[in-house]
Design a protein around this ligand. Structure first.
Ligand code: PLP
Length: 442
């Protein structure tokens, strides 16, 4: 075990656990590649959990941040005007498609969702909130209350009164057709609002594609049907775009737009700062203005993060990355689907754009296989590719490369991933004595 990992374990909580049997220390990166302490290079299909949205050490972002640093102004707080913050808010409100939108900046996705929950519960005068099963919205007291995934939920003690909806559990209802399942989800929502909850439900908070949950999604169009039911009762819709925003899904700029719906608020974080800490809420102005007391986020929207975010957004838009992601993502997902046909261990391939996943099972029993997922994770690393893991059962592998990934890198990454799956499948069918040596070289 590396000395650094031993030190990590001594001073970090046990629930902050790095990937891999021998955790990796990444020292530098360039484009879509990162380099470890031994100088070994990896193609990165996870980007620091979808955070290095443009890849590493992007010249335009670095130069903008260096210019900002050279002014000597590192931090001022919102007690003073911050030009880069206002400029960023102007861009985001325009991109949001929300009427008369305004923005409040935070440092993380968790804080963004806290803010959205505060807005909705205050506006509706209610502590009742709807969320989806298998969701993840952050690690705080309130955000974990609306998290419907036991693997990431530490407490049920928050005062929020949460009801979890069906929508991402299609596989639990194999006897229903797709249409019948979608109808069932809407009926479940309507029934729960009509019979189980008091009439003042504040909001539904939902991820258009669930990140931590394993890139699981509700059927296309379901949020539109949900929204009709919510609108009848004045209930707000908050779209958590922390993972799905900025064109990552390819077909739309915000994940929720795939459903033909305009939400009341959207939360964002992760990729916007291309590595700098930033999050926020964009909402209808009237909703965002409605909080009665003073508010501040000391570091939210600071000059460094907002400068990085402005440069990131400018790059993203001027390079038309959403269209690029749509084309190349479709190709990568198709390649994975073809490979999956010969891999009994892969039970599902899903996703959109640069946000796609596979589920791994034990073919003999059909049970979710976290062991297979962990083995493929190690094998891809050994072959020079970083991917993510997740899902309710820890048996999902998640691929979310930087949006700048080019065709050659896409081919390289998909070849490594598919070769790794083939190798693990072969090993499953004819176990050899390789496990020990693989561990050693990982
Ligand atoms: N919402 C979603 C959909 C996320 O995936 C995450 C983090 O993974 C969060 C919220 C929380 O964001 P943060 O870790 O920046 O607090």
């Amino acid at each position: 075990m590396s000395d650094l990992f031993t030190r990590h374990q001594a001073v970090m909580p046990a629930w902050v656990s790095p990937y891999y049997e021998q955790p990796l220390e990444i020292l530098s990166g360039k484009g879509c590649r990162v380099f470890d302490a031994d100088g070994k290079s990896y193609l990165d299909f996870f980007g620091g959990i979808l955070t290095n949205m443009l890849g590493y050490d992007v010249q335009e972002v670095r130069e903008a941040v260096e210019r900002q640093l050279s002014t000597g102004i590192v931090h001022t707080s919102t007690l003073y005007l911050i030009r880069s913050q206002v400029e960023l808010a102007e861009k985001i409100t325009k991109l949001s498609g929300l009427p008369d939108a305004k923005v409040f900046f935070t440092n993380s996705g968790t804080e963004a969702n806290e803010t959205a929950l505060l807005l909705a519960t205050h506006a509706r005068g209610s502590d009742q909130v709807l969320a989806l099963r298998n969701s993840y919205h952050g690690r705080s007291y309130g955000a974990s209350a609306v998290t419907g995934n036991r693997r990431w939920k530490n407490s049920s003690l928050s005062p929020l009164n949460v009801h979890y909806l069906h929508g991402t559990d299609r596989e639990s209802f194999p006897w229903l057709t797709d249409e019948a399942y979608a109808r069932f989800c809407v009926e479940d929502l309507r029934d729960c609002l009509d019979t189980a909850l008091a009439s003042d439900v504040a909001c539904l908070i939902a991820e258009p594609i669930q990140g931590v949950g394993g890139f699981t999604a509700v059927p296309d169009g379901l949020f539109k049907d949900f929204k009709e039911v919510l609108d009848d009762r004045g209930i707000l819709l908050i779209s958590d775009e922390v993972q799905t925003g900025w064109g990552r899904t390819g077909e739309s700029f915000w994940g929720i737009q795939a459903h033909g719906v305009t939400p009341d608020a959207m939360t964002f974080a992760k990729g916007l700062g291309n590595g700098f800490a930033i999050g926020g809420v964009v909402a209808r102005g009237e909703l965002l203005d409605s909080l009665p007391a003073q508010g501040i986020s000391t570091f939210g929207g600071n000059p460094l993060s907002t400068t990085a975010a402005n440069a990131t957004l400018d790059y993203l838009l001027s390079h038309h990355l959403q269209a690029h992601v749509h084309r190349l993502g479709t190709k990568m997902i198709a390649a994975l689907r073809t490979a999956a046909e010969r891999l009994p261990m892969v039970s599902a391939v899903r996703g959109k754009g640069f946000m796609f996943a596979i589920d791994l099972i034990e073919p003999a029993t059909g049970k979710h296989s976290p062991t297979a997922a962990a083995t493929v994770l190690e094998e891809t690393r050994r072959r020079g590719l970083l991917v993510g893991k997740g899902g309710l059962h820890g048996s999902t592998l998640r691929m979310a490369p930087p949006l700048t990934l080019d065709d050659e890198e896409a081919d390289e990454g998909m070849t490594i991933l598919i070769d790794a799956l083939d190798a693990v499948e072969r090993e499953r069918l004819a176990p050899s004595d390789r496990t020990g040596s693989r561990r050693h070289s990982a």
